[in-house]
Write a protein that binds this ligand. Structure first.
Ligand SMILES: [Zn+2]
Length: 1010
């Protein structure tokens, strides 16, 4: 009954004070810790007398596997408080525990709590891997097997690696030590720990819900009542009561997967019963970055073992992992663990995604490399898991080639995922869910998780932002949340799954928070989008490259890996072509399938998104150089064997042309000296050098001055101090502070002009010569700079509002102006073998065989040569370099002539000569100069008469074309990049066939030869 007279007076709650009080209740480091909930997380905790530790410190920074350790370990006593090192060392702990009497009476199973302040991996005595451990991310506990409650001592092992989950620094010091902090047996207090998470999520609601929502104020009230109910002197009973109060807000089902059982309206218009946030467990493991490849192998095993453990404990949970190379390493190092992964894949709880060998860079790899990334990746998934990924998973790569949509579609993938464009430092990318349309018009369904991370911690705020930051809610209302610690953090934790259960419970109980679902697959998510958008037709589209407005230094940093990548791509082309010729001409020649596949795997491995871009530590580049040594040895051996079988012998005359067209012949060069100037001239061009630099290029064919009067071909040195990430970034302001370098001396030697430079701590010699319609430049640099950026600069007198850059399987245009911030953001851009500036009747192309960074704006073309960042590799690019590039002066607009000249530069004739009876090497030719054959190989099916020929249309035009073979053809079939049939057989005319090729189309044919 409402009493007539007032009883106790109640003050109005001052929100800021009550918010402050909330923080104190669960603050594990606060001044009232011992009086509040954190004092009760453990019921029992023991070390002395129940835990014995011994250690084997592995010498020489080696990383032996369990079996080897058991053979050679010499165990020494170890104790808490000792430190272990140095950086990157491995220490194995032999742990013996005796569970105290009486512990089996607790309803909670005991756990072993271990913290060595670095990464650990726990094995049973028989070598069975259990879980990864890392003190850094609250991944410290392992549940004691139930049969160990017998009073006896039991043994297990922990391998520790002296590195943190994100390496040891950039660059990493060599002498770090790691303290062994904890090795305890613990009985956890499940209810107290559960209340902590209840309180955490309701606390987030009290903080993050809008002030005009009733849910915010209700949360504050619930929390206040929980704190008033908690009784330090009667913890068990009061915690149970407090949890009942929590349930008013988060519902009764948060302690099990039942919380997800309520209806979920996935398809059709979203309503109150729709789960609109799909939370996906994953653990982005960089294949190498601030730690070497060798450590990644262990991070994978630790992380995925932990995930298998979590899958057993949380029935609602599914985990996704990408990068076939990582699965292949697990298979090599831990076949037992691989079998468990395989079973989990079968059960649908462990889901391979990505379809590529590594999560590669896509700015720099050639089209053919990208084709191999997906061929190798999907083949591995098919072989071991009998599945193919439908999604190209590249959350962290630094920009995306405009040919990726077509490459995806040709590899069985119609879906694409990234979130990297949320890192743009100029413009905000306007879409979250959209059709991404590539160069040829192919599209993929793209989603960029709106929480802008792939390593979410499943916080309340991240669930909320998965919708509130979604940029296409007008069309489709689902958002993906990628949660889990990456890079050795081991992926999702039990705590994250507990938080998500409460987020879902909360959404069902009080609303306001988007309903989150766990345990849907990535494919489920994309299926729902397609179903809700009339198969994508109501989604907006983004046409062309996904340029990352960040990390623009990665086209240049670590010059050796860029150069080696280009060389390796050319080498693999030549090796496959010649091995195919040899095996078709000579029955005794065995096509080296395994060797080629193995070598391609290494080429692809080095294209990982922190390796090829130059953003890894020095140790990684030592490993990468080792891989290239193997690649080059293997490639040259294959070429040598094949050419021998084909009737060629090594010779300096370099007669072997591996391009499918006759190379253009070089014209005779004459050099004259007029007055003080040097003029290099032939019948086409006259090149004048003044004070050691090219100051005039006159094209005699069209009587045209090529360069803007008053300009010259210079080396320019820029101060290069980005605001973040030195190896990754160069900022637009760096282009404001450049010094034009002036040669100290010059000379003319055998038709070559030589200029000598000294600047700061470095020296350079520039060799300039004239060949045909090309100016050839070689720059030998001894480079010892700090935060300087060296570029070559030319000013062709050409007016065009766009420049053309070669990319994978094609070319694309970028504006040459800075009209809006979108164009201005592309002040430095990636290109492959050429970049071109042309008007309708004349043009100049920069051709390169090792560089990828260009900037072409107004009448200025720059080629990025060398950078000198000091982090994460302090020695990046220091020392000697020999860089070549060419300037091609062409009549008419950008044409196939440019494409071919760039190929000819990159694919020099091989140093062999034909001996008597030598076989033809141009097995396949096309009659269109805008079509380039990029691969001739035997099919993956390993049938000896089955040849794969891949080509692409390079200019952006449709053609009827003829492919002609030197062999008789029995059958021709169109296949995709995975060499699966995609159409009917093509009509044949003995040894040729006709087909239509569309603009920038990639065509792969399987040809059966007679
Ligand atoms: Zn990454």
């Amino acid at each position: 009954m409402y009493s007539q007279r007032i009883g106790e007076l109640v003050p109005k709650k001052i929100e800021s004070l009550y918010q402050g009080r909330i923080r104190q209740f669960t603050d594990a480091n606060g001044q009232y810790r011992e009086l509040n909930l954190p004092a009760f997380y453990d019921r029992k905790r023991v070390h002395a007398g129940q835990v014995k530790l011994e250690v084997y410190s592995v010498p020489d920074l080696e990383r032996p596997l369990f079996k080897e350790v058991m053979k050679k370990a010499e165990w020494m006593e170890a104790s808490i408080g000792e430190s272990f090192g140095p950086s990157w060392a491995t220490h194995w702990f032999k742990v013996q525990v005796a569970v105290p009497d009486g512990w089996k009476d607790y309803k909670e199973p005991a756990v072993f709590d271990f913290d060595s302040s670095d990464e650990g991996f726990l094995y049973l005595e028989d070598g069975t891997p259990q879980v990864g451990l890392s003190g850094e991310h609250k991944r410290r506990e392992w549940e004691i097997p139930s049969k160990w409650y017998d009073g006896n001592w039991h043994t297990f092992y922990i391998e520790t690696a002296c590195n943190n989950i994100q390496g040891l620094g950039a660059p990493p010091p060599t002498n770090l030590q790691f303290r062994l902090n904890t090795a305890d047996l613990v009985v956890p207090n499940a209810a107290a720990r559960a209340l902590n998470i209840d309180f955490w999520i309701i606390g987030d609601a009290a903080r993050e819900f809008p002030g005009d929502s009733w849910q915010k104020h209700r949360a504050l009230d619930v929390l206040n009542r929980i704190m008033n109910t908690f009784d330090y002197d009667n913890p068990d009973e009061s915690i149970a009561k407090a949890r009942e109060i929590a349930q008013e807000y988060i519902g009764p089902n948060v302690d099990s997967s039942r919380v997800y059982a309520q209806p979920n309206n996935a398809v059709g218009p979203v309503n109150a019963e729709s789960s609109i946030v799909y939370a996906m467990g994953n653990c982005h493991i960089d294949t190498a970055w601030l730690w070497p490849f060798a450590e990644t192998r262990r991070k994978i095993a630790r992380s995925w073992a932990s995930q298998l453990n979590l899958i057993e404990r949380y029935p609602e949970y599914k985990f996704s992992a990408s990068q076939a190379v990582q699965f292949s390493w697990l298979l090599e190092d831990h076949p037992d663990l691989f079998d468990r992964v395989k079973q989990a894949v079968k059960d649908g709880s462990f889901i391979p995604v990505g379809g590529a060998w590594v999560e590669c860079d896509t700015n720099m790899p050639s089209g053919e490399s990208l084709a191999r990334q997906v061929l190798l990746g999907q083949a591995f998934f098919k072989e071991h898991f009998n599945m193919q990924s439908r999604i190209f998973w590249l959350p962290d790569t630094f920009g995306y080639s405009p040919q990726l949509p077509q490459i995806c579609r040709l590899a069985g993938m119609d879906r694409f995922l990234t979130q990297k464009l949320s890192w743009n430092n100029v413009n905000v990318f306007p879409n979250s869910t959209f059709n991404w349309v590539g160069l040829d018009g192919s599209q993929v369904l793209c989603h960029m998780p709106p929480a802008n991370t792939y390593t979410a911690e499943a916080h309340f705020g991240e669930v909320k932002r998965s919708i509130s930051q979604h940029k296409n809610l007008d069309t489709e209302q689902h958002g993906l949340l990628l949660f889990g610690h990456g890079d050795g953090g081991g992926g999702p934790t039990a705590e994250m799954l507990e938080k998500l259960r409460r987020c879902r419970g909360l959404a069902d109980q009080v609303g306001e928070l988007p309903r989150v679902d766990v345990g849907r697959t990535v494919d489920d998510f994309y299926d729902v989008i397609l179903q809700n958008t009339n198969q994508g037709s109501s989604l907006v589209s983004w046409v062309g490259e996904l340029y990352l407005e960040y990390h623009r230094g990665t086209y240049t940093t670590q010059a050796f890996i860029k150069e080696s990548n280009r060389r390796a791509e050319v080498l693999m082309h030549d090796a496959e072509l010649l091995a195919t010729c040899a095996s078709l001409h000579d029955d005794k020649f065995n096509y080296p399938y395994e060797q080629l596949r193995g070598t391609w795997r290494l080429v692809c491995q080095n294209q990982f998104h922190d390796v090829l871009p130059g953003s890894s530590i020095g140790e990684v580049y030592k490993e990468a150089r080792g891989l290239y040594t193997k690649i080059f040895q293997s490639g040259y051996k294959i070429i040598d064997d094949a050419l021998e079988a084909l009737g060629y012998e090594p010779d300096s005359s370099a007669e072997v042309n591996t391009l499918p067209w006759a190379r253009s012949e070089l014209k005779k060069l004459t050099v004259g000296i007029e007055s003080d100037d040097t003029v290099l001239s032939n019948e086409w061009l006259a090149v004048t050098l003044v004070n050691g630099v090219v100051s005039r290029i006159f094209d005699k064919r069209v009587k045209r001055d090529v360069l803007l009067p008053g300009t010259a071909g210079h080396l320019v040195l820029f101060e290069d101090q980005p605001t973040n990430f030195p190896a990754w970034d160069t900022e637009v302001y760096a282009t404001e502070k450049g010094v034009t370098l002036v040669p100290d001396s010059e000379e003319l030697k055998d038709d070559v002009h030589i200029a000598h430079y000294k600047f700061k701590k470095s020296k350079a010699v520039v060799y300039t010569s004239l060949h045909d319609d090309q100016l050839r430049v070689r720059i030998d640099v001894d480079w010892h700079e700090t935060y300087q950026f060296l570029k070559a600069e030319w000013h062709p007198d050409i007016v065009s509002d766009f420049a053309t850059y070669e990319t994978s399987f094609g070319m694309h245009r970028r504006p040459t102006h800075f009209n809006t911030t979108w164009e201005a953001a592309k002040f430095e851009a990636c290109g492959h073998k050429f970049a071109d500036l042309s008007d309708w009747n004349y043009g100049v192309s920069l051709l390169t065989n090792s560089k990828y960074g260009y900037s072409i704006h107004g009448k200025r073309m720059r080629l990025s040569l060398l950078r000198s960042p000091k982090s994460p590799d302090a020695d990046a690019d220091m020392g000697k370099h020999s860089i070549e590039y060419r300037l091609l002066m062409h009549r008419g607009p950008m044409s196939p002539q440019v494409v071919r000249a760039a190929y000819e530069f990159n694919y020099p004739p091989l140093s062999y000569r034909a001996v008597k009876g030598a076989k033809d090497l141009d097995l396949f030719t096309v009659d269109c100069e805008n079509v380039v054959i990029t691969a001739v190989k035997l099919g993956e099916s390993e049938r000896k008469n089955e040849v794969i020929v891949r080509m692409y249309e390079a200019m952006g035009g449709r053609n009827r074309m003829t492919l002609t073979s030197k062999m008789k053809l029995k059958q021709a079939t169109r296949v995709n990049l995975l060499e699966q049939e995609v159409g009917d057989d093509l009509e044949l005319d003995e040894s040729s066939l006709e087909l239509e090729i569309n603009p920038f189309e990639i065509v792969t044919l399987r040809l059966r030869v007679a």
